[in-house]
Design a protein around this ligand. Structure first.
Ligand code: CP
Ligand code: NVA
Length: 299
């Protein structure tokens, strides 16, 4: 692997290898056996959106793998004043050993990888959030043993970065995925045809989606950059993850949330607290999953 730009570019065996490597790194954390593949390397993070989990987990992860890391808010570098991403990439590519980018357009992350010629990681774009999905899959494996034969429901904004990355993961790993969202927030048919995943279905019926679900996954209704879109937000009332809706799921279901969570919007306070053990394990797993990615792509 040269980069991690999307889940789309992966396949079943790469996904499985990364999850297994994340589990091994988690198990050896803090021991003398922990590998240091980033020794003598300096990595950069360029973020044009807010972050708690991604920023902290990468800062800790790079250091634990023996490297050092600098955080560059886009407002602090010339990128924020209009310097093209391809120029930023060509400068950083001559100075640092790898770069982690959180931004809006997927094209910017792809261009950075092309022009910098250094390992590049997508730390969230409007299209995909690959690092999060790796942590989610590790959590599923830890909690349920496997995703094979499980029914996953993604409920909320069915056309955001999280749902799109989950759709690619389902295509490659073969589990059943139902995306439940208001009609206007389902992925376009043209895109679904392109993905071509017969095990992924779309519905606007949240109750039907939830039948016999093993894994219920939700995310904010308004992603970063969509703040203030109250008309969009108003569409989601019936898609809240709450006790009533979860009665339709399997009794031993788990609930995932990538966080940050907006209580009593996409998830109720009681359900978030009931599943806090899983949800914060999922947050911790960002660290282990991203260390697996760093170890896989470091030169
Ligand atoms: N889930 C996630 O990516 O969290 P942050 O936005 O805090 O990094
Ligand atoms: N869909 C959310 C994910 C946040 C981690 C967003 O893009 O804001």
């Amino acid at each position: 692997m040269q980069h991690l730009l999307s889940i789309e570019e992966l396949n079943a065996s790469k996904l499985e290898q990364l999850i297994d490597s994340a589990a091994a790194l988690k198990a050896s954390r803090g021991s003398g056996a922990h590998p240091k593949p980033l020794a003598n390397q300096t990595w950069a993070m360029i973020f044009t959106k807010s972050s708690t989990r991604t920023r902290v987990s990468f800062e800790v992860g790079v250091r634990e793998l023996g490297g050092s890391i600098m955080f560059l808010s886009s407002n602090d570098i010339q990128l924020g004043r209009g310097e093209p991403i391809k120029d930023t990439a060509r400068v950083l590519g001559r100075m640092v050993h790898g770069c982690i980018i959180r931004t809006f357009a997927q094209q910017d992350v792809d261009d950075f990888a092309t022009y910098s010629n250094i390992p590049t990681i997508n730390a969230l774009t409007d299209e995909e959030h690959p690092c999060q999905i790796l942590a989610d899959l590790l959590t599923v494996k830890e909690k349920l043993g496997t995703w094979v034969g499980k029914k996953v429901v993604f409920i909320g904004d069915g056309d955001n970065n999280m749902s799109c990355s989950w759709i690619w993961a389902a295509k490659y790993l073969g589990f059943e995925l139902v995306v439940a969202a208001p009609e206007a927030c389902l992925p376009p048919t043209e895109w679904m045809n392109l993905v071509d995943a017969p095990n992924v279905s779309l519905t606007s019926d949240p109750v039907a989606a939830m039948q016999d679900a093993d894994i219920i996954n939700t995310d904010v209704w308004l992603s970063m950059g969509q703040e203030g879109q109250s008309e969009k937000e108003a569409l989601f009332g019936a898609y809240q993850v709450n006790a009533e809706l979860l009665k339709n799921a399997k009794e031993d279901h788990i609930v995932l949330h990538c966080l940050p969570a907006y209580r009593d919007k996409e998830i109720t306070e009681d359900i978030l607290e009931l599943h806090a053990d899983t949800i914060f394990q999922q947050a911790e797993n960002r660290l282990h999953a991203q260390k697996a990615v760093l170890a896989a792509i470091a030169k």
